[in-house]
Unconditional design. Structure first.
Length: 234
């Protein structure tokens, strides 16, 4: 079999947005150093102190207005436009930088900062005002909007579609993730089991580096455009 990829699955994490100025979770000074995960990224934390959690996500959403996609986001947007085979871009990130970098078919497996989910009617809506102000749900008017973000213990989105793509992939690329959180951290094993080649692009070796056929270390803003060049030149 030629090693030219025909079906690529890409998984990105917070590291791809780091050079845009968005804090990662586990690097020094990262989000989880300032907030206990259990307090701001679990349903129990939300039930215990909704104002703390709504404020945490309002702050992160507001920060999006002051950052720009970086060369890595733009390179993946170019890959999506120019790669002739199948490509599924899955992100653990809740920011919108992939879309602002030109990608249009992004699977946000952990949800998105810009979307609210109504705990009363279950409808999703675009967030127009800080959720800390308890705006009414556009569909049912109940003041029970929460961030449409997958917390620990909650089911990530579009898992069927992701596993189906991993089963067909001949190349799996993981970019800017520590490999600390499941089920995303297990995707490399799924891809391997299906016979895909596996490549990790990360600032430093991750918890899952040993699963990858190849691991390149460096900033995503440098590694990703170079890798996209390689793939498109084949
Ligand atoms: C679930 C959204 C059932 C919210 C997030 C024991 C064993 C196995 C699993 C578990 C277990 N105990 C509990 C679990 C389940 C749990 C879990 O995995 N816990 C961990 C802590 C052990 N998982 C869950 O609860 C998930 N749900 O399991 O449901 C199920 C199971 C299977 C199938 C269906 C259902 C839900 C988890 C989702 C939680 N939500 N985010 C928000 O954003 O606020 S998690 C959050 O952290 C991210 O979304 C991401 O997924 C995760 C990891 O973050 P990363 O993106 O990797 O970022 P991190 O800071 O960690 O690393 C950054 C990396 O970038 C570093 O490696 C760094 O070197 C690199 N980097 C930095 N700068 C750069 C760079 N790389 C390149 N360039 C740079 N410039």
């Amino acid at each position: 079999m030629s090693d030219d990829p025909h079906s690529i699955v890409i998984l990105t994490g917070a590291g791809i947005s780091a050079e845009s100025g968005i804090d990662t979770f586990r690097d020094a000074g990262g989000l989880w150093e300032r907030h206990r995960v259990e307090d701001v990224a679990t349903p129990e934390g939300f039930a215990r102190d909704p104002d703390l959690v709504l404020g945490f996500y309002d702050m992160r959403r507001a920060a999006l207005a002051n950052v720009e996609p970086n060369a890595a986001h733009h390179a993946l947007g170019r890959l999506e436009r120019e790669f002739p085979g199948e490509l599924l871009l899955v992100t653990q990130n809740v920011d919108n930088l992939h879309e602002r970098g030109g990608a249009s078919n992004v699977v946000h497996m952990h949800g998105e900062l810009g979307t609210a989910l109504c705990a009363s009617c279950g409808k999703r809506s675009t967030i127009e005002a800080p959720l800390s102000d308890r705006p009414p749900c556009p569909a049912c008017e109940a003041r029970s909007l929460r961030p449409d973000v997958v917390w620990f213990g909650e089911m990530p989105y579009q898992m069927e579609r992701i596993y189906e793509a991993l089963g067909r992939a001949d190349l799996f690329v993981s970019i800017g993730t520590s490999g600390a959180v499941y089920p995303a951290a297990g995707f490399v094993q799924e891809a391997k089991a299906a016979g895909a080649r596996t490549l990790e692009l990360n600032l430093e070796p991750s918890e899952g580096s040993h699963w990858f056929d190849e691991s390149r270390n460096g900033p995503a803003g440098t590694l990703v455009p170079g890798w996209v060049e390689e793939v498109l030149a084949r």
